[in-house]
Design a protein around this ligand. Sequence first.
Ligand code: SF4
Ligand code: SF4
Length: 427
Amino acid sequence: MSPGIRALTHQDTIARQFDRCVKCGLCLPHCPTYNLTLDESESPRGRIALAQAMASGQLAPSERLQAHLDHCLVCRACERACPAEVSYAELIDSTRVLLAQVDRAPRRERQLRNLFARHSRAARSLLSMARAWHRSALRPVARRSGVLRALGVENLDAALPESTSRFDGAPSYRPSVDVRGEVALFTGCTSPLLDGETVQAAVEVLTALGFGVVIPEQSCCGAMHQHGGDDRNALELALANARAFELLQVDAVLGVASGCTATLSEYHKLEPPSAEERQCLGRLGAKVHDINAFLNAAEWPQSVHLAPLRARVLVHEPCSLRNVLRAEAEPYALLQRIPELTVAPMPGNNRCCGGAGLYIVTQADIARTLRQPKLAALAEHPPEYVATSNVGCALHLKAGIEELGLPTEVVHPVTLLARQLGVAAHA
Ligand code: SF4
Ligand code: SF4
């Protein structure tokens, strides 16, 4: 598709959503950035108007316009509240493509998302160095001296928690009891590098329940590209995933990070050039499930028992799980299977925590401001665990909890389940 036709398509998407918006303002109280500023330009309704003005040529792209649009977390709380069913995500994604075409997309953001999506070996090396750096005695000195800020890496340094884990497991696992089915895991680009314990836990629980597990070679889900104005690479990554999973004889594809699962579930909305590619994307999307929901729906063998856990867990509801997959009840149901565990919602679950992918680096101040009330609530009466189903939120919350020195561990619900099972996976 030529750049001109691409621009027309995105202008059309923006115009359609703008026309659908009845300007009622019901979305405003649900928008985290509007709540921080009470500025119409930082609200969904304001951004819709700005996007249409820019797309129709009434408003030239400027730094100020860019900032209002960049501050959006794509949390989609506005979509959930909207009575007119405005597809806000489609509008903001198209708007960011148009901004990228006039080269207003931040260069550092492009480099970071391509590092994870395209250069996983380089990302691995960088993260190994980051882990060593976190343990180094130089780090507190460098943080105090301001040298990290001078180098432009202060936000990146603060965004990464000390406790991350890698997954270097096998590509397939046999079930530990009678076979009930075969599933594939979608781990994406970030979980194996920064949240390996969750991937390992997913394998352990699934095999204990009788599922064979396959983890094929796969790409980044493309969410960072899609929401960052890079629609071409988003489509390329989606097609690579659709082809990789299509070859597998599996009953379901399970996402361990709700942000990736939400993206895969909407692959059918992408517009590849051919009908065959569209069908291929749709087939993957139709097989994708959130792992919490899948485990709740599965029949558990009578031989599987969970050990009691005398502790309190607060459930954090990622925006992707709430506002896109609409599956926020699933982690509660799953965790309630653990005897003696007290399961309760984390205060402020209706508001984004700020851990929206690269947002924690590119809009670090807003991300930290949004996280602050959640940390304050935890500090009042720290639970033993916070359970979240999205890797981005987990990293962001972990970093804040470590900064405050709270005795709370951030885990995926499936990780707590696996610990209570105590079953080893058979590669
Ligand atoms: S997606 Fe979230 S941050 Fe963006 S306008 Fe909607 S509610 Fe506000
Ligand atoms: S709730 Fe929907 S229709 Fe109303 S202002 Fe917000 S986006 Fe527009």
